[in-house]
Design a protein around this ligand. Sequence first.
Ligand code: NDP
Length: 287
Amino acid sequence: MAEQIDGKKIAAQINSAVKEKIRGLLSVAGHVPKLVSLIASGNEGAKIYVNMQKKTADEVGIEFVSHEFDSDISADELSNEIAVLNADDSVTAIIVQKPLPEGISHDKVIAMIRPEKDAEGIHPYNLGKILRREADIVPCTPGAVMKILSLSNVDLYGKEVVIVGHSAIVGKPLSLMMLNEMATVTVCHIGTAEKGDLIAHTKCADILIVAVGLAEMVKGDWIKEGAIVIDVGINRVDGKIVGDVKADEASGKVSLITPVPGGVGPVTVSILMRNVLRAYKNQNVKV
Ligand code: NDP
């Protein structure tokens, strides 16, 4: 039977370390770190995520300020807002909640944030640093996956890692982070599913990471006996939250698995806080 990875416990561990480090930096900085959240949609899922961020920020000693805009905000207005926050020395980091109103490019908005204030680690500069093995402020979900594996004492050296999903915020940066740890990495996507042999790949994985957004897509017989499975997916089905992996089928075969909910999700929020801490340190401690 699989051992479940307790994401909440790992998140609590990270939060407590972040809190202690912030406390230690307070006298040098002279002010608490401030995370500003920009939200421009009435999306219920986004609001729930913002509340989780605020709760965790309060817990670790980060001031959380939410700027809410109507969904008819223009790209220029949003860009002016970011310019003001970029120039404000009291603002440590900025997060732009998804979704943005139609017609506003999330990528372009993120690129306007000063990289040192990029709370989510998805500014092109911060993504590029992963390639150079100099990552500091990292994309939150890939950062969460890496932290979960390291705290679970999983050695990645030489392991067959298969990532399903190649989005710019999850699959792609995660593949580089895995490569930096000397794993052998295969990245699968819609092309693999449509014209390749997705199951042949997933069956080879020592560590299988699924970030697609299709409820219970990965069945038990897609998984190698004894594999480690990290399920990033969050899908709502009949009012219930399920992952991208059919958990009941997988649990009889794997050695370790993250549950949904309670796996990668809470750790992702903690990595966001760790990013704010890193931004705070970089802005206040001169080396
Ligand atoms: P995207 O929609 O941006 O990316 C999904 C990826 O899956 C794409 O690379 C897509 O390929 C690929 N894909 C789609 N269908 C298939 C298929 N049938 N077989 C193989 N690959 C396929 O999603 P995100 O990366 O943003 O998120 C993925 C999931 O993770 C979602 O459920 C999301 O809610 C969840 N999530 C969870 C977080 C957490 O903290 N736990 C944080 C962020 C996301 P292509 O682009 O080529 O179509």
